[in-house]
Design a protein around this ligand. Structure first.
Ligand code: SF4
Ligand code: SF4
Length: 494
């Protein structure tokens, strides 16, 4: 039987327990108009979006029959093009190499400049920033937006919110459409798209991408960086005391406090005597797209956009104080400044930087080598199993093969095939007048696979076992490049 303790009975507040879960407050970032980092952010936004939207319209002449789009992922043709580079499905390891280089470069940038990628060039940051700018355009600055959100629905609110949503949808669709253009000939797709002739998958892809752009940049915003992005979780492992990060110089700012009576007509030296330079105006929090207080120290939610620096610098200017209370600098330099040493000491070249540079150089060199020596054709042969061999009159043995030659060039290929390892072997190709030849030439049209049914014949007494290895050596008659394929020649007992 359960009993209720008298002590519990005497605790009426237990019936109204407060939740320990604090729901996240929506961030209303103040959109600054000036400042070095604001200008750099605009520059990064313009550059990344220009590259993204102009990319599919660049042309590259690859000759007859090949697509002329410089950057194209041709899924039906199972090919990817990047200017002069053409990747076939079996060469997908190039993509792996590129991803490895991109990851290493991200680590390198983090070691040098902190989360500069997150703050300036990441898609989530770029589109969120653009969407906030639009929001401010139609709904006003931070306070006006907060008031509008809490106000009951009215014609004014409906129009402002509606204009914002419509603008977001247009930008999100431009993103979805821009992305889809990388998967088909851009001018053709634009025509087909607006005349209803594009494929269902193209409409679906564009719709899905647009929806997620709208959702993530319009509503999820900083929550993507804080809760969804894995990079934020392990970034700290890539920093050291010489990495550039955004941080508040507490040694200079504390003890903080509001300046009563303003600064007008007063000597800053006197006003800030025996106190810190932080005037607790909270402009740094208001400017922050993730809504955090950088004065609490380095945090996972800080994307390194440096907008709090612009905000704080403008406050410092107003109070006649030196800029840089929030700075984009190394911890090492900050500590030096805190003891009065203003000489910059950050080490740019250090073991971890050398390490990243070495690995990046090695991977790039390997990629360049593999690419420079890549095959322009390939050969494979399938030994026929039924029958495995045929005994001809006169004691000769014959094996059949299906030989496939992949011509990866945009011109006719002529490939000379000779055999190695089988003495006195001769060849014949069905459809060619090549009976009992010691070499055959296999013509393959541009950018395609040639399939040839071929027989190899040897005198029976040449076989030294149930089967013997045979090498098909194929030479491109134009370039002299050689590709070999190993197979077997089978006889009785195989
Ligand atoms: S704390 Fe500063 S640098 Fe970090 S996200 Fe906020 S505004 Fe950007
Ligand atoms: S903007 Fe600068 S002065 Fe204002 S609260 Fe932030 S750190 Fe303090």
């Amino acid at each position: 039987m359960s009993q209720t303790s008298p002590a519990a009975d005497q605790q009426p507040h237990k019936k109204h327990r407060e939740s320990l879960y604090a729901s996240r407050a929506k961030a209303y970032p103040r959109f600054l108009n000036s400042g070095l980092f604001r200008r750099l952010k605009w520059l990064a936004t313009i550059l990344t979006l220009a590259v993204f939207w102009i990319g599919p319209w660049l042309r590259w002449d690859r000759g007859l029959g090949a697509p002329h789009q410089a950057i194209l992922v041709d899924l039906p043709g199972r090919r990817a093009y990047f200017f002069f580079i053409e990747i076939w499905p079996q060469e997908v390891y190039y993509l792996t190499g590129l991803l490895i280089i991109a990851a290493l470069f991200l680590f390198f940038m983090s070691a040098m400049l902190g989360r500069v990628w997150c703050g300036f060039a990441c898609w989530q940051t770029v589109f969120t920033d653009l969407f906030v700018w639009i929001e401010r355009l139609f709904q006003g600055e931070r306070n006006a937006r907060m008031q509008l959100d809490h106000a009951p629905m009215s014609a004014n609110k409906f129009l402002r919110k509606g204009a914002t949503i419509v603008s977001w949808v247009v930008i999100a669709m431009a993103f979805g459409f821009g992305f889809t253009l990388y998967f088909d000939n851009a001018p053709t797709l634009v025509h087909n798209f607006f005349t209803g002739q594009a494929g269902l998958m193209q409409y679906v892809t564009m719709g899905v991408l647009s929806f997620f752009c709208f959702l993530l940049a319009g509503f999820a915003r900083e929550n993507v960086c804080i809760y969804m992005c894995p990079y934020a979780r392990f970034q700290a492992a890539m920093f050291d005391e010489h990495s550039m990060i955004v941080s508040y110089e507490a040694w200079r700012g504390e003890p903080r406090g509001v300046v009563r009576g303003g600064i007008q007509g007063r000597d800053p030296q006197e006003v800030f005597k025996d106190r810190g330079h932080c005037v607790d105006c909270k402009m740094c929090i208001q400017a922050c797209p993730t809504g955090i207080d950088i004065r609490d120290g380095s945090q996972l939610a800080c994307i390194g956009c440096a907008l709090c620096i612009d905000a704080c610098n403008s406050v410092m200017d107003r109070f006649g104080l030196p800029r840089g209370l929030i700075s984009y600098d190394s911890v090492y330099n900050q500590q030096a400044r805190s003891v009065g040493d203003t000489t910059s000491r950050t080490k740019v070249l250090r073991p971890r930087v050398y390490g990243y540079l070495t690995v990046i150089t090695l991977v790039c060199s390997a990629m360049i080598y593999v690419f420079a020596t890549r095959k322009t054709f390939d050969v494979s042969a399938l030994h026929e199993r039924s029958p495995v061999y045929v005994m001809l009159s006169g004691g000769k043995l014959r094996n059949g093969y299906v030989v496939k030659v992949l011509n990866m060039m945009h011109k006719d290929g002529h490939f000379k095939l000779v055999l190695e390892g089988l003495p006195q072997a001769t060849m014949s190709v069905i459809g060619q007048d090549t009976a009992a030849a010691t070499s055959v030439t296999l013509p393959v049209p541009p950018d395609s696979v040639g399939t040839f049914h071929m027989f190899i014949t040897v005198p029976g007494n040449q076989l030294t076992g149930p089967s013997m290895p045979v090498t098909m050596k194929v030479t491109d008659e134009d370039t002299g490049k050689v590709v070999s394929h190993n197979n077997i020649f089978a006889g009785p007992g195989a």
